[in-house]
Design a protein around this ligand. Structure first.
Ligand SMILES: Nc1ncnc2c1ncn2[C@@H]1O[C@H](COP(=O)(O)OP(=O)(O)O)[C@@H](O)[C@H]1O
Ligand SMILES: [Mg+2]
Length: 402
């Protein structure tokens, strides 16, 4: 594509290998001064790798990355990194973190507060290109609106990886989709990208149906020819005597021709290629219901919590959760959602009131679990406990993908 005007970033034919795996290849795209680019793709597809490449934190093993202002002129928010420096209180006024909270050590902040602080620092010093790796993950509605407004006013180009479709639709004017080791650019916002993907999926379904029909047609024809070949042989066995020699020869020839035709069609069938998947099918999950237990699995009564003698995060919470319930927990960043979950799991003792669980088993995914998993040797070791049986291992393989 020919583009007039200056560019701030260009990636040409880049490939990245991490360990012994090629993560992405043939990556080419450019960024103009005020571009708003959404980076999308399934987990593990390579969004963070792409942003690290664009930030100059990773060198491509092939191809090149070029920055108009040099590599130093890039603002970059890596994914899920805990705060490394202490934040200045004056800077945190801006994103709306109350000063009494800002004065607390960053470790006592909620995920959303840390994210807002990090974003505020980056936005305060504009660069020609700003790269944000999943900034929306911990933000509440207020935080998202604040970020949307800040990005709209940002004087440079922005590449932002996110799973939040609404946010992407409001922010992005182009989409880079990372999938199966490739990066594809789509003009237009997230809705346009989705429409194009649906069209691609429809084309793919059609190509696949045609492929299946062709296969079935060949298989039927092969079966028919094989039967004819069989009949030819059978009649050759049945017919005897000199008088029928002519007929026998004819049958044999017919049978041989049919066998040959079947073989030719079998070769065609073997060569028949399945259409390349454009839109991969989602992973299959098998969830087994836990054993039957009480109908009411959780009850809270007059529950209240505060850290030390600080302000109450919540008080007088009374509710029950029945088996099969799906409960959404909502509230602004720092309101105490993670704290409430910790109290319900029995990790934190309630300051008042009580929690009853039946059975006493709670499965839990911590907001910062990903950070802890980072230290584990591999995803496999994280998911598969030592001594796991064949069934667990097969299940894990299915969850984790190839
Ligand atoms: N340091 C590394 N060494 C080897 N493989 C890595 C490394 N970092 C990431 N990967 C792999 O690269 C792939 C893409 O990862 P990533 O860019 O983080 O994806 P995304 O951000 O889209 O979730 C994943 O399969 C991941 O396991
Ligand atoms: Mg990532």
């Amino acid at each position: 594509m020919v583009r007039m005007g200056p560019l701030v970033l260009r990636v040409s034919g880049a490939a990245v290998t991490l360990g012994d795996r090629q993560i992405v290849q043939d990556v080419s795209f450019h960024v103009a001064p005020l571009d708003r680019i959404g980076v999308v793709g399934p987990n593990g597809s390579g969004k963070s790798t792409l942003l690290r490449l664009a930030a100059g934190h990773l060198a491509p093993d092939r191809g090149s990355v070029w920055w108009a202002g040099g590599r130093a002129q890039v603002g970059y928010l890596p994914q899920g990194e805990p705060p490394t420096k202490s934040f200045g209180i004056e800077k945190l006024w801006q994103p709306g973190v109350p000063p009494e909270r800002a004065r607390r050590a960053p470790t006592a902040w909620s995920g959303g507060q840390v994210m807002r602080a990090q974003l505020a620092l980056l936005l305060a010093e504009p660069a020609p290109v700003l790269l944000l790796d999943e900034p929306t993950n911990h933000l509440d509605v207020g935080g998202l609106e604040w970020l949307e407004a800040a990005l709209a006013a940002y004087p440079g180009a922005v590449l932002v990886a996110s799973h939040d479709r609404r946010f992407l639709e409001r922010v992005a004017t182009r989409i880079l989709a990372v999938e199966a080791g490739r990066v594809r650019a789509y003009a237009g916002g997230y809705a346009a990208y989705q429409q194009e993907r649906e069209r691609e999926a429809a084309r793919q379904r059609f190509a696949h149906e045609q492929y299946q029909a062709k296969r079935r047609q060949l298989e039927r024809a092969i079966a028919a020819e094989r039967q004819r070949a069989q009949q030819g042989r059978a009649s050759r066995v049945k017919t005897g005597g000199d008088a029928e020699k002519g007929a026998k020869a004819l049958y044999a020839t017919k049978g041989q021709a049919a066998a040959k035709a079947a073989q030719a069609m079998e070769r065609r069938l073997a060569r028949l290629e399945a259409p390349a998947p454009i839109v991969p099918t989602p992973m299959a999950w098998e969830l087994r219901a836990p054993g039957k237990g009480a109908r009411q699995v959780m009850a809270a009564e007059g529950l209240g919590f505060r850290y030390g003698d600080g302000p109450w995060l919540f008080r007088g919470a009374s509710f029950t959760v029945a088996r099969g319930d799906r409960v959404g927990l909502v509230g602004p960043n720092g309101a105490g959602k993670s704290t409430l979950l910790a109290v319900l799991r029995g990790i934190l003792p309630p300051s008042e009131g009580e929690v009853r669980l039946s059975p006493r088993r709670v499965a839990h995914l911590d907001q910062t679990a990903a950070d802890q998993m980072r230290d584990a040797q591999s995803l496999w070791d994280t998911v598969v406990p030592p001594g796991a049986g064949a069934r667990e291992r097969a299940q894990a393989r299915q969850w984790l993908g190839p």
